[in-house]
Design a protein around this ligand. Structure first.
Ligand SMILES: Cc1cc2nc3c(=O)[nH]c(=O)nc-3n(C[C@H](O)[C@H](O)[C@H](O)COP(=O)(O)OP(=O)(O)OC[C@H]3O[C@@H](n4cnc5c(N)ncnc54)[C@H](O)[C@@H]3O)c2cc1C
Length: 444
């Protein structure tokens, strides 16, 4: 799936820093097989679901068109928030205070499950909770309102029992931030990890434990009913018959469930990483309009800077709909969505040089693009995608896949096995009310 930029100033780039290591290979499916559950896609969603199903005694096969981690899971910021991609105040306005509080608690439960899984499987992914800081910048329209939103978020989050801190312009200056930033919100317990080693390490352990059979280079071509109680999954390497299928292909879900196309839009994110630096560039993760970044620890004690953004939501080279107005599939969704774009990298460089002038001469070693799924209400979809074809799934995490895939996987696995886990017991009402696939508020 990684496609290098063919020409121009960024020629040869395209490989994600997170995927620049010897990834485990699982080999393709060879011939026809049966399983309890067929999982399409081996990103964090697919691998975590296989883990939870395996623990409940349900045997699954994971079918990955490329190599484990090729999708957004190996191309992101590598930060784990525990809230939605809209602020707490906005979320309260959208879904009410009780649901907003439940969605943040769901994120905390996700972090608890993620850490437990990392420890249980012994995944070496440099997990560390260094916090996330959201900031308002004075060169963007509406920054005063954004700043007021962070003040309000801090008050409401603390009142509801969460840990959050409003940061003034002086606080941000003391933290070494650019003078453009006028206020922000710090969530101290948000965390970071090495995205590639996370997804690949989990997959290796899940396969080793016998919890699932994972096949890469096995592209799913069709999902059809196979009698009343089964689904037939046709792949490039053979057919899988299963009682259920889980479609965990992120922004590409509408390729197989067109009915969800109005509720899932693909967006290309764009990222660069510098060479190792002798000075630590920041501490933890940061996010603002047009830019987000974090530091990456190197084994020799130095640090790299990972820097992403360089776009607003409606940039024409960033947004991908699954189908055009005539219903024809968008051929660029996948090929373009996962590749680095020349124009987009130029905008990213402009932001990088503006916000980190001290790193102007630092060499950039990696540049890449990655496709993520977004709903109009900025909340993921988790549940039944197409009951008639026995297709379920989760998708459109709106930049928060690391915050909601563990809880989603445990919830979905429990439904298959008929065993309610911690997520179903505590969060069933908010999942049903706010995250159900096909809900009207998700539609663009
Ligand atoms: C630039 C960027 C930055 C991000 N930053 C963050 C962040 O800091 N924190 C956060 O929480 N989230 C972040 N995200 C979002 C996060 O990465 C995703 O929500 C998450 O990785 C989704 O995981 P997934 O397993 O659902 O999908 P993916 O990782 O995209 O996996 C889907 C898999 O399905 C496979 N596939 C697709 N079609 C087929 C087919 N027909 N047959 C077989 N296999 C198929 C793909 O090859 C892929 O491996 C970011 C995303 C991007 C792109």
């Amino acid at each position: 799936m990684p496609s290098p930029i063919p020409h121009g100033p960024y020629a040869g780039f395209g490989l994600s820093y997170w995927l620049d290591f010897e990834r485990p290979r699982f080999g393709p499916l060879e011939g026809d097989i049966s399983a309890d559950v067929a999982i399409v896609g081996a990103g964090i969603s697919g691998v975590k679901l296989a883990h939870y199903l395996g623990k409940l005694g349900v045997r699954s096969v994971v079918l990955e068109g490329g190599v484990v981690g090729d999708g957004a899971s190996g191309r992101n910021q590598g930060s784990m928030n525990h809230g939605t991609s809209i602020g707490y105040t906005e979320c309260i306005n959208q879904v009410g205070r009780e649901n907003a509080r439940a969605l943040w608690n769901l994120g905390l439960e996700n972090q608890r499950l993620a850490v437990a899984m990392i420890n249980e499987l012994g995944v070496k992914c440099s997990y560390e909770a260094l916090g996330f800081v959201f900031m308002a910048r004075s060169d963007e329209p509406g920054f005063e309102e954004e700043d007021r939103g962070y003040r309000s978020d801090a008050v409401l989050l603390n009142a509801d029992g969460f840990h959050a801190e409003y940061l003034s312009a002086d606080d941000l200056r003391a933290d070494g931030q650019h003078p453009l930033f006028v206020g922000g919100l710090r969530i101290p317990s948000d965390s970071q990890f090495h995205s590639g080693r996370y997804v690949a390490g989990m997959a290796q352990s899940v396969a080793r434990a016998g919890h699932a059979r994972i096949f890469d280079e096995t592209r799913v071509l069709a999902l059809d009913p196979d009698g009343p109680n089964a689904v037939r999954v046709t792949t490039s390497r053979g057919v899988v018959r299963a009682a259920r299928a889980f479609l965990l292909t992120n922004a590409l879900v509408p390729q197989f469930v067109p009915g969800l196309a109005r509720g899932i839009l693909g967006e290309r994110g764009q990222v660069l990483v510098t060479e190792p630096l002798s000075q630590r560039p920041c501490r933890g993760s940061y996010g603002a309009a047009m830019a987000w970044w974090r530091e990456i620890p190197e084994p020799d004690g130095r640090w790299r800077l990972l820097f992403g953004g360089g776009r607003k939501r409606d940039e024409p080279d960033s947004l991908f709909r699954a189908f055009d107005e005539k219903g024809a599939a968008n051929p660029e969704m996948e090929s373009e969505g996962f590749s680095a774009s020349d124009a987009h990298q130029r905008r990213l460089d402009a932001q990088f040089h503006l916000l980190f002038p001290q790193l102007k001469s630092a060499r950039v070693t990696h540049r890449w693009g990655g496709l993520q799924g977004f709903t109009a209400d900025s909340l993921p979809v988790i549940g039944e995608f197409d009951p008639k074809r026995r297709i379920h799934g989760m998708a459109a995490f709106c930049g928060r896949g690391n915050a909601y895939t563990d809880v989603g996987a445990q919830y979905l696995a429990g439904k298959v096995a008929g065993v309610a886990g911690s997520v179903e017991k505590q969060f069933e009402p908010v999942i049903r009310e706010c995250l159900t696939p096909g809900r009207g508020s998700a539609n663009w």
